[in-house]
Each structure stands twice: as C-alpha cells, then as structure tokens.
Write a new protein. Structure first.
Length: 170
C-alpha cells in the first residue's frame, strides 16, 4: 500500500509541474500557463513568473495544453516577396498585433479626378492595396491601420484617401 501511495504522490507532483507550451510562428516556444483564450489574443504567464502577458493569436501557431489538448491559434502568413502582397492581412485593432515585431510605419495616398468610381470607398480600396504592397516589400505580413481619411470625388473635385499603418512580421 505504501508503494502505491508513493507512486500516486510522484504522479501528482509531475502533473502539477506540467506546463502549457505556446508555439510561435517565428519558430520559438514558451512554457507557462495560458489563463485565457479569446478570438484575438491569449493571456499567458511564463514559467517562473507572475506577470500576465497578452499575446495576439496572430503571433501563435498553436498551444499544447498540459492536459494533452492541442489548439490551433492562427495560420502562418508567408510573404516571401513583393508579389505576395495579396497575402498581407490588414487589421484595425492593436490586440491583433500584440507580440509581433514592428518593421515600421508607412503612409499611402490615392486620389483622382471625376470618374465612374468617385466614392471614398474606391479611393480607400486603392490605398489599402498600396499599403499591402508596401508591407510585402518590407517583408511584413500584417498591417495595422493607425489612421485613415477619405473624401468622395465629384464633377469638379478630386476624391482622395490617405492611410497610415504599421507593418508587422513574426
């Protein structure tokens, strides 16, 4: 009976030390405890620390929980050249880039005289395309839009849009 009790205590101590493993898209891993998972981020405490870190799901490939369950967090966005600009993801919430590496800010503009596409949305789409192309040239996979302005065009006025964004990678 004593032998079984020792085995049970040993088994309990090993399971108490089990950690969750976070696997990032950049190839690194981290051990600790995931305390919350949302649609945009996880709350994670590194092994041996008490501070709660908020990390975007965009930065994480998967979490291997100590229970044995594996949860996929986000697909990896592979931008290998400027031709991959269509793969660049555009986000508007800073929570979507927590834990990613900033490559710097970009600012793009689009304008035009009256045409059949004079709406502000038309110029915003053109500007977003320019932002995604610039991000791909920098090697980024996500653009966080920081600010945007647009104005519709008309018969005697130009329409335009301008955006500022920050480019991120793993």
């Amino acid at each position: 009976m004593r032998k079984y009790l020792l085995f049970f205590l040993l088994l309990m101590s090993v399971s108490c030390m089990a950690q969750d493993v976070v696997k990032f898209h950049n190839g690194t891993t981290a051990e600790g405890k995931v305390s919350e998972v949302t649609d945009q981020f996880i709350k994670f405490t590194y092994k041996g620390e008490d501070a709660i870190n908020i990390i975007s799901r965009s930065a994480i490939a998967e979490v291997d929980f100590s229970s044995g369950r594996v949860q996929q967090m986000s697909p990896r966005i592979s931008v290998n050249s400027p031709e991959d600009w269509e793969k660049v993801r555009v986000v508007y919430d800073k929570n979507e880039v927590l834990g990613l590496k900033s490559l710097g800010q970009i600012e793009k503009h689009s304008s035009g005289t009256w045409s059949f596409s004079t709406t502000a949305g038309h110029f915003s789409e053109k500007t977003l395309k320019k932002m995604r192309k610039a991000a791909a040239e920098m090697g980024g996979c996500i653009v966080l839009v920081l600010s945007e302005k647009s104005k519709s065009g008309g018969f005697f006025s130009d329409g335009h849009a301008s955006m500022t964004g920050e480019v991120y990678t793993y």
